[in-house]
Design a protein around this ligand. Structure first.
Ligand code: GDP
Length: 303
């Protein structure tokens, strides 16, 4: 099973999927357009969340960082007047230091992630979407800013005029990503932010073409007229898409075989051009994530 993932909604689904299929049968293609250098180390927020999820150390109260991590370095820097761009725990920082060290020694982001997976005892395959540096850029009335400056630094408050991904045209999906997609037929696009998490993956050269040949099921991160969490609504509006599961379906276009929307969503199958299935998609517990994962798996045999 392959999943396309960001760092919150899809990891919640993977948490349940792990109860149903073994980790070594799961491949996750992860967004890297929110990666950023923090105090000299490369942080790959969505990759890290997936690493921590599969090494059973993720802080699932926040969906980032390591459970019971300490913040000695971050606090020591703060005392010296240096405020870091992201709150980084000490063990979390160790992962970024490991990654940066590997890459300074010549490893690609994919190789560094593979080394980290090995060091953390992970059996799933975790694949950054590309090795090139790509950045999600938010255009606001006051100028452009990196996604992390918008979402963490400015708490998502500025008006958004547009969203772009710098470097994406020069980037390609990795050999490992394409190889995984050639070997595996079933793909889940989890309920992640369509614009900032799934959009960058789909924009990579050849990605939509190969997905059209696979069985693809997407889960909407929007219920009714609002996302469950995060800035997806604001960013979809800025890109000209309605904030609804229909807007999500339109954004993904003809790569989808089935779209799963929430059973509380007022939209109906007749509102869409593609096959719609309604399930309870609100993953407020591991049990609910597991039950959604089981329901999604039953759909593949009907495609
Ligand atoms: P990010 O990288 O932290 O932005 O995380 P993602 O892109 O992976 O996930 C963010 C999206 O997940 C948001 O648009 C939320 O609406 C969606 N989301 C979070 N929890 C749930 C849930 O329980 N159900 C559904 N359907 N969507 C969810």
């Amino acid at each position: 099973m392959i999943l396309l993932s960001g760092g919150t909604g899809t990891p919640k689904l993977i948490q349940g999927l792990r109860k149903v299929i073994p980790d070594d049968e799961i491949t996750v293609i992860v967004n890297t357009a929110e990666d950023i250098m923090v105090s000299g180390s490369l942080v790959s927020p969505d990759v890290d969340t997936i690493l921590y999820l599969f090494s059973d150390s993720l802080d699932t109260s926040k969906w980032w960082g390591i459970r019971n991590d300490t913040f000695h370095t971050n606090n020591a820097l703060k005392k010296m007047g240096h405020r870091e761009k992201l709150m980084m725990g000490d063990a979390d920082r160790a992962v970024s230091i490991f990654r940066t060290g590997s890459m300074n020694n010549g490893a690609s982001l994919t190789e560094a992630t593979c080394l980290l997976s090995g060091a953390l005892g992970i059996k799933a395959k975790i694949l950054p979407m590309c090795n090139e540096k790509v950045n999600t850029i938010i255009k606001t009335p006051d100028g452009v800013m990196h996604f992390q400056d918008f979402w963490v630094g400015a708490r998502g408050t500025p008006d958004v005029l547009d969203v772009g991904i710098s470097g994406i045209r020069e980037a390609s999906p990795t050999w490992e990503v394409m190889d995984a997609l050639e070997r595996e037929e079933n793909v889940i696009i989890g309920p992640s932010n369509p614009i900032t998490s799934i959009g960058p993956i789909l924009t990579l050269k050849g990605m939509k073409e190969i997905l059209k040949t696979r069985k693809v099921i997407a889960v909407s991160p929007i219920i009714g007229d609002a996302p469950v969490s995060g800035p997806a609504g604001k960013l979809m509006s800025a890109r000209g898409y309605p904030v609804s599961s229909k807007g999500v379906a339109r954004f993904y276009g003809d790569i989808l075989d089935v779209m799963v929307i929430d059973d509380k969503d007022p939209m109906n199958a007749s509102d869409f051009d593609i096959r719609i299935v309604k399930f309870d998609t609100l993953m407020t517990s591991v049990e609910k994530s597991e039950s959604l994962a089981k329901n999604i798996l039953t759909l593949f045999s009907g495609i």
